[in-house]
Design a protein around this ligand. Structure first.
Ligand code: IVH
Length: 709
């Protein structure tokens, strides 16, 4: 896409523009620099400038265009964010129907597919292009005279909804691309819009904190996002896109070439054609600045190699930042594709290889109502045990009353359950078609299932709550949350012990965790010296947990892990919050009025402050160790780290957390600001780049573990 000299040039220009603002005279230079950095960030995932530097350039352009509105161009980077709402999404026809693919589930299916393809083409061996099957929402885009002119959902395959404004919010989709360099006047291209696992988790966390419905999987999140009326909200969902197919194009001379027989690929001579194999089309898209599966695909000869690559990829599935549900195998030569043609449903030149399913159907056999730490009463579906991707699922949260109504869930229903990657299982839908008539409507309780006091629901909220602050369930749940893995992570404690100790009156509130009477506990069955020592050490160790964990552990309403991190970064000491106004809190990233009000309320409440003071006296860390570099864990002292490739001992998130815990920082790309690149297996371009910068130390996962010891 960009040559080495262009990269150098654009980098130089960017540095200059960061020092001295652009003017009307060099506005196009500024735009080109921004386009280049968007490409580095969103397509290559390898930025060359920091987020703040990018923002500075973007703000320059916004200001210049405000001053000189006559200089605004249609494909200016500022023109992605539409301000007008989408009134409706008109239905439009695809230029070529979007067929679906035939599915295969095992080696035999693939061998069969290859045999038929060989028979039909009378060839001994066929070359295939194998690429991931992205699990998102399919879209089709039209570029006309090098500009994005239309974006459409798949719809029924023949017609879809026109969602151009929303498509423009996907930063990896270029607003313009030089198709004319390839002799193309108009092109219809296809791909998949995705939400990364990380963005999806963050999104659901926010929804959960706000008491709004969570989504079952990133696929639903992506397709739902594309239909939001307000493009600004779409932009906030951080969608991504892979483009993997050119279904139709016209040449500058007016020749039409398409998937369909009437304008088949035989219409164009090999010399005139911009590409003659599928992999060449991926290469073209990549060179035009699209995120095509250029790096993910593999071209192989013969079905054995196809099978090998599919298996290899299935192993990697959980380590990818986005969801894939299989692989797609395509005959690489486009003339052969034409020869094979289509059935009425799918092409004969391609097949999907589906990975082990993460969905299953089962019976909803009952409902329990649990009282949480905020008094929220959550319905939990009890299921006939169902095995999904190696895990047995027996119960699933149904979140709230609206969720049950929306999905029309009844006791006795057959339900579709999904466990997407490391996401907690969700009920995707019920199946009213197979009801027998004996299914029972789920009645929500009017009183707290634990203390029997009346339940209340606030205006505009979906959640029924027990508001009795002495309700045992809430006190116990607060303590369970405090000790849990994502909060203070006090190992060997666990929900069962919390309940046991509470019933024995050894625990009454959070601070009492740190004054447990171990003598009494040692009298209990199952508590030998070893387990008591383990518990005692775990409790003691938790006193040094970083501030964000403590904030999250306090269970302040609407404060999830992400918000807790934002909060911890904003102060030196937890007591600083007492001096902050609602407005101060709202100035922090992603904290709205509702969340700010809740945090403010918590720190204005004297009982809460007393609890915090007791915790401080008991020796808990109340300070932001990043701002106060006095922590004993501060071994990495502001050093910057980046991980690349597959790690063997740690999960990526664990490794990153370790860095932060030890006072280091994670950065997003390789640059001279990077101190350590930690390389796992199959490290790619980041490693190559790091080798060229001699200040970057390249270390292995083991070296890293040694470093933080
Ligand atoms: S090719 C005519 N390639 O899977 C061939 N499809 O049922 C067009 N999909 O609707 C499809 N990743 O939404 C192709 N690398 C990939 C894909 C892919 C995901 C989706 C696509 C399609 C469905 C197949």
């Amino acid at each position: 896409m960009y040559s080495a000299s262009q990269i150098q040039h654009l980098e130089k220009i960017s540095r200059a523009l960061l020092k001295k603002n652009a003017t009307a005279g060099n506005i196009e230079e500024l735009r080109n620099a921004l386009r280049f950095h968007e490409y580095r960030y969103y397509v290559l995932n390898d930025p060359l400038i920091s987020d703040t530097e990018y923002d500075q350039l973007y703000k320059q352009l916004e200001a210049l265009e405000k001053e000189h509105p006559e200089l605004i161009t249609k494909n200016s980077p500022t023109q992605r964010v539409g301000s007008t709402l989408n009134a409706s999404f008109p239905t439009v026809q695809h230029l070529v129907p979007m067929l679906s693919l035939d599915n295969s589930y095992n080696e035999d299916d693939l061998i069969d597919f290859d045999r038929k393809a060989r028979e039909n083409t009378r060839l001994d061996i066929i070359e295939y292009c194998v690429e991931p099957k992205f699990d998102g929402a399919s879209i089709s885009l039209i570029y006309e005279d090098d500009e994005l002119s239309r974006g459409v959902t798949r719809g029924n395959g023949v017609e879809g909804e026109e969602i151009t404004t929303n498509i423009k919010q996907v930063r990896s989709i270029p607003l313009s691309a030089k198709f004319s360099d390839y002799n193309i006047q108009l092109a219809e291209i296809r791909g998949e819009v995705l939400m990364s696992k990380k963005s999806f988790k963050k999104y659901n966390e926010l929804m959960e904190e706000e008491g709004l419905p969570v989504l079952a999987n990133p696929r639903n999140a992506a397709s739902g996002s594309l239909r939001i009326k307000d493009p600004k909200l779409v932009a906030k969902r951080s969608l991504e896109a892979f483009l993997y197919h050119v279904s139709y194009y016209t040449t500058l001379e007016g020749k039409k070439v398409s998937d369909e027989k009437d304008h088949s690929k035989e219409n164009i001579s090999k010399k005139e054609a911009p590409f003659i194999t599928h992999s060449e089309s991926l290469r073209m898209l990549w060179d035009l600045g699209f995120r095509s599966p250029e790096k993910e695909k593999k071209v192989v000869k013969g079905i054995d190699k196809v099978i090998e690559y599919c298996k290899e990829y299935e192993k990697k599935r959980d380590d990818l930042p986005y969801e894939i549900d299989g692989m797609v195998i395509k005959v690489n030569d486009l003339v052969l594709q034409d020869q094979l043609g289509m059935t009425s449903h799918h092409p004969r030149w391609a097949i999907a290889f589906k990975f082990k399913a993460r969905q299953g159907t089962t019976k909803l056999i009952g409902v329990e109502f649990n009282v949480g730490r905020t008094g929220a009463v959550t319905p939990v579906a009890k299921l006939d045990p169902v095995h999904i991707g190696g895990v047995t699922v027996t119960s699933i949260s149904m979140h709230n009353e609206d969720y049950i109504k929306e999905k029309d869930l009844r006791i006795g229903d057959t339900v579709l359950v999904e466990r997407a990657g490391d996401v907690i299982p969700q009920i995707v839908k019920s199946m009213p078609e197979v009801r027998k008539g004996s299914e029972k409507i789920i009645h929500y309780p009017k009183n707290c299932p634990v203390c029997n006091s009346e339940l209340f629901k606030e205006e505009g909220e979906a959640v029924w709550r027990c508001i009795n602050i002495e309700c045992e369930a809430q006190v116990v749940e607060k303590i369970i949350h405090f000790v849990s893995k994502d909060a203070m992570d006090i190992k060997h404690f666990g929900a069962a012990n919390v309940i046991k100790f509470y019933e024995m009156k050894l625990l009454k509130d959070i601070p009492s965790i740190y004054t447990l009477d171990f003598e009494k506990i040692s009298e209990l069955e199952g508590f030998g010296k070893k387990s008591i020592d383990n518990l005692r050490t775990a409790i003691e160790d938790s006193k040094q947990q970083p501030l964000h964990r403590l904030i999250y552990a306090l269970g302040i309403r609407y404060v999830g892990e992400t918000t807790a991190k934002t909060l911890a970064n904003a102060v030196k000491d937890i007591f600083d919050f007492s001096a902050m106004s609602i407005e101060d809190l709202q100035n922090l990233e992603d904290i709205g009025i509702k969340v700010a009000t809740s945090i403010y309320g918590f720190f204005q409440n004297d009982d809460n402050i007393q609890i915090l003071k007791r915790l401080q006296d008991l020796g808990l860390n109340m300070k932001n160790t990043k701002k106060q570099s006095s922590s004993s864990l501060n071994t990495l002292q502001e050093q910057t780290f980046l991980f690349t490739g597959t790690l063997n001992k740690l999960k990526r998130t664990e490794a990153e957390e370790l860095v932060e815990k030890h006072g280091g920082k994670i950065v997003s790309g390789v640059s001279s600001k990077l101190n350590y690149l930690v390389v796992g297996e199959d490290a790619g371009s980041k490693l190559e780049k790091a080798k060229k910068i001699n200040t970057v130390k390249v270390i292995s996962e083991d070296d890293f573990l040694e470093l933080i010891k």
